[in-house]
Design a protein around this ligand. Sequence first.
Ligand code: ADP
Ligand code: MG
Length: 828
Amino acid sequence: MPSSLEKLQKFLRLEAERGYDNRAVVGGLNKILPSWENDARKENVNEQILQSVTTRLNQYPELNLQQRATTIRELIEITHEAQPPKPFRGEARPRFEKPIEPPAEVKQPEHFSSPRPPRKPHDATTWVENIPSTQGLSAPLTVIHGIGPRSADSLATLGLNTLGDLLYYFPRRYDDYSSLKPINRLQYGADVNVTVIGTIQSISNRSTRGGQMQITEAVLGDGTGYLRLTWFNQPWLTSQILAGKSIVVSGKIDMYLGRLVMNSPDWEPLEQDHLHTNRIVPVYPLSGHITQRWLRKIMYQTVNFWAGRVPDYLPASVREGAGVVDLSTAIAQIHFPDSTARMEAAQARLAFDEIFFLQLGVLQQKRNWESVSGRTFPVADDWLAGQISHLPFELTAAQTRTLQDLRSDFSSGRPMNRLLQGDVGSGKTILAFLAAAMVAQHSAQAAIMAPTSILAEQHYRNVLRTFFPPGNLEETPLTVSQIRLLIGDTPDEEKEDIRTGLANGSIRLVIGTHALIEDPVIFHDLQLIVIDEQHRFGVAQRAILRSKGNNPHLLVMTATPIPRSLALTIYGDLDLSVLDELPAGRQPIETYVLSPLERERAYTLIRNQVTEGHQAFIIYPLVEKSDRDEVKAAVEEHSRLQSEVFPHYKIGLLHGRMKPAEKDQVMSQFRAGAYQILVSTSVVEVGVDVPNATVMMIEGANRFGLSQLHQFRGRVGRGQAKSICLLVPETEDSLENERLMVMTQTNDGFVLAERDLDQRGPGDFLGTRQAGFAEFKMANLTDIRLIEKARKQAIALFDQDPDLSDPEHAALLKTFHRFWGDGRGDVS
Ligand code: ADP
Ligand code: MG
């Protein structure tokens, strides 16, 4: 392969890995063009390839993310065509294709317009295989004509072991070659994908000047005109496509020297079934030695024979209620669609199933939780009023409402399973404390788990302030010694002391980090678990903590605003309380996007605020390469700011490589006002509360999601003074800045979350929640109508047969278990 193409591919892959930010090359991808073109010409790279690369790269900066992803994929395909082939054990004609997987963030947007690619090829589910009367589906792939042990091995690398796996191995996209045209009607520019049927007039091979590339050229005639076809490095084609033969070709119409051409069209003989041309053609994810053409043929055979034999596990009532097609149709049409509409109907059915099973599981989970009994903790009105009266502020209406939710959970006789969702600064913490007090006043134990030691420590200090306000000791539900902090850094001796206190019940409230579950901590009578910033914890971690009590009450809190539809889907097993109101007197945070050149203005603004006695955060961006680089950037910037920009201020530094104790020290010094400015990496993201801080400056703002920026921004604006958030992207990239501008328009975390959901997909919200069940291949969690439909059907079925014990639901039950995997259990 000419080295210029190799070099280009390297950049293309890099760009794909970087998430299409147009920074694989300094200044933008098109900056490589002049020198690359020069090299490519020296190496006699085909003129058409040259043209394609130049045009596409020149347009690249203007494209949106999704278009960029498509362009990069096309470029990689184009440059791959130029690769010399290697033989493939005679099973199929070699055409090496390495599918490149778009990075996670891009997968979702892509999905809006095209079928969703399976996330990982080896994800292919095997839940079809055991369906009664279709034992054949669990047969190994070698039963298929044309698959020997060696191709079976290759397919196994894609996770394909049985016929059932094949049926559920979905195309990652489709090429719509269903538009068939006579040659005289072809139009350059308009006919991106088109099919032409004709007779080969002539066909021959030639080499490029340097001999690096073999070009096969053919002329196709259909009575209305002639079309030139060109293939690269597939010289054997001259023995397959003979002059006089009628063939079907599909591909893109290009222009070469003023004439219409098709480069590397897909083709097949006219007289056989058309799989590769003249239809909507599936394009599967590939790996290793497997070629698209070969796999498509295997799929075609399998789907043709089996799709109609797969029994539908969904009861007809559910299918009709949801208006989805039957499973046989769905499987047939997802692979070889007759039309876009039928393909979409197939996707809708398969997506419906995923959400439906998810909902059924969530409903069962909820019922399981409701079936056990939970200790009651009655809360007297005057006791609660007394507690509230000592708070330094009035509760908001939303806080009061949530407090009632908690009270009624505590008196229900069932364990609380509540998700408390509230935007940053909405005041969740105080509710956690009051809940803990409700339990502690009855001599039971409560644990609050936070994701970082900074946060745990902040909560600890905060709880002491809340329950022991100066001059008011008589009403406290707890004594100081009954409240302890347990973090990784707690000295061993103290840890031992805490463990003893928890085991004998003398400690009533413990606030901590993972240390609460990692250490061999035993509770005397754990009755309430509060998880702060729940998306930071895994399913397993919550389960461990829960197992330390006997059906304890559970309150999980999140500041990541999850759109309601998503919350119902993913957390449908939890009751939901929402703090949709900020405490009174908060001024909205003014947000500005500054260009890198305006940094001085930001510094001036910080100086002004500091002069007025306030403090500022300066955040340094995520560095993808490594945690170490991130730290390095923050350390270097810290010393530059200290020596050059703010020599008269004290500037603190916080980063992820510091020991928890060091971090806590810096934080508490900042909180105490010992530093005017705190330079930090993203470790400061969650929960930290410094009311005197009024400026949040975020460098490299383009690297963060909107929800995450919103979290940073939530670190300021916590006191009475007006606060400002300054976003400084790395470049003047218009696309990025447009995205950031949303931050200047709203302070509403839900609005930003919806935007993130649109732009980046649900990954940011799901966190580890997904780990509890099989990943979705089809369902789009932003599709509210789908979610609501599936939810409605799941509820109806659940009401009628919650355990799926009706014999008519046997197939459904089996599939349901496969969907959830064997180890169901705690999914919270
Ligand atoms: P979050 O919901 O982001 O965890 P916090 O619980 O940290 O928010 O609360 C943010 C700040 O608001 C804290 O300083 C807290 O003391 C204060 N706060 C909480 N509730 C109220 C209220 N009702 N009125 C005024 N300030 C409040
Ligand atoms: Mg918080």
